[in-house]
Write a protein that binds this ligand. Structure first.
Ligand code: AMP
Ligand code: MG
Length: 391
């Protein structure tokens, strides 16, 4: 049995890169940027008014000012502002030459004869300077990160209609177990519904990978072999759930070996997920995930995601938060690293949710994240700082 850290190291080091492709701005969200993006222009392109008001000279504040013109957003100013003058200006419009201050409509008093006066107290000039947000040629998005909706805004602003991203990994999904029926069936006798496959497909979609489901293999070597062969041919990575423990019908590791794959580990000192099996072939990798749904879920989040992230060249990972534990915690045995589902209290503390073990899938629906309990630690006092990751 190896440690979680050792297993994670093996998994990330076994990962291989996928290629790159160019996608349109509309398709870019959720993809991993492969080439940094630079701006083709200054932003704002000119000194821009941040408020609706009057543009004037700073030294003229408080004086009666003659209004020259009204400058709407999208129109260029026609007149230079000189001493004793101002131009009415709208938010987002270009500040006219000569002006270095915009006072707000709310801080102004209209006077007879087309004049106006500042009635507020001088402060911020309310002008966003040309190039203040982005300079031409500046890198606006670094590579190695998932593109998020707010990144899409930046891409759009710099006219990046095409972006180079990492190719999405193709990942096959197989479940094993004679007890399993698909979710659209009503289980009879000793059957249960297959929840892992749907869950894994959803996790793959969230991770930006292309999942393909191959069905339920029976707990027979021929059945597992047939589906694994097909899935290995068509994908970079294969996730097979169940059948990796040491029961009489846990045949997945045997099939992995028979297919010529190299098993790197089949037991990791972690909970849930001890019987996690990982093997590789030529530019292929297979995770044998423990059948219990919570184990499958968590092993995907901690191990499979690490593999996928490395494949896509992701260099910025989701942060592990440090926060106080909301209550005392203890466990009888501490030889494994543990993940405990938790919520976050309004006071910002990690509170374990009711959790009966690795078959308790509804515990995860109430959880925001998981607390990591390090190996060797059997109790933690309320208020002690723990590591929490979002799930
Ligand atoms: P196994 O790892 O095959 O020994 O399975 C461990 C437990 O997880 C058993 O109780 C199985 O019934 C359950 N299980 C295995 N595969 C699935 C699945 N695809 N969906 C839901 N539960 C499963
Ligand atoms: Mg099984």
């Amino acid at each position: 049995m190896i440690t979680f850290e050792e297993a994670l190291r093996i998994v990330t080091e076994s990962s291989f890169r996928t290629g790159r492709e160019v996608v349109s701005l509309e398709e870019a969200c959720g993809r991993v940027l492969a080439v940094p993006v630079r701006s083709d222009m200054d932003m704002p392109p000119w000194n821009k008014s941040a408020v609706d008001g009057y543009a004037c000279r700073h030294t003229d504040l408080g004086h009666e000012l003659r209004v020259l013109e009204t400058i709407a957003a999208g129109a260029m100013p026609l007149k230079e502002v000189r001493q004793g003058e101002c131009s009415r200006i709208m938010t987002g419009a270009a500040v006219p030459a000569g002006a270095d201050y915009v006072f707000m409509l709310e801080d102004s008093e209209e006077l007879p004869g087309g004049c106006v006066r500042f009635t507020g107290r001088p402060g911020n000039d309310n002008i966003a300077k040309a190039g203040e947000d982005i300079m031409k040629e500046q890198t606006v998005l670094r590579s190695g990160r998932y593109i998020r909706p707010q990144d899409i805004a930046v891409l759009a602003a710099v006219g990046a209609m095409q972006v180079t991203v990492c190719c999405r990994a193709h990942v096959g999904v197989i479940s094993t177990g004679n007890e399993l029926v698909e979710p659209d069936c009503v289980p009879a006798g000793a059957q249960i519904r297959n929840s892992n496959s749907s869950q894994l497909m959803a996790q793959l979609a969230r991770a930006g990978a292309i999942g393909k489901y191959y069905g339920i293999a029976r707990d027979e070597e021929e059945s597992i072999t047939k589906l694994m062969k097909m899935a290995l041919e068509e994908n970079d990575l294969l996730l097979i759930s169940g059948g990796v423990s040491f029961g009489d019908f846990d045949l997945v590791p045997r099939v992995m070996r028979a297919l010529g794959l190299t098993i790197h580990f089949n037991q990791v000192a972690m909970q849930p997920g001890k019987p996690l099996t990982f093997c590789t072939g030529e530019k292929k990798a297979v995770f044998g995930l423990p059948g219990n749904p919570v184990s499958t879920f968590l092993q995907f989040e901690v191990m499979v995601r690490a593999f996928l992230d490395r494949m896509a060249g992701v260099t910025e990972h989701a942060p592990v938060l440090q926060m106080p534990l909301a209550t005392d915690y203890s466990r009888k045995r501490a030889e494994r690293l543990s993940w405990i589902p938790c919520t976050i209290t309004p006071a910002g503390e990690a509170m374990p949710v009711e959790y009966h073990g690795s078959a308790h899938i509804t515990a995860l629906t109430t959880a925001w994240g998981v607390i990591t309990i390090p190996r060797g630690q059997s109790w933690i006092q309320k208020g002690e700082i723990v590591s929490v990751r979002q799930i």
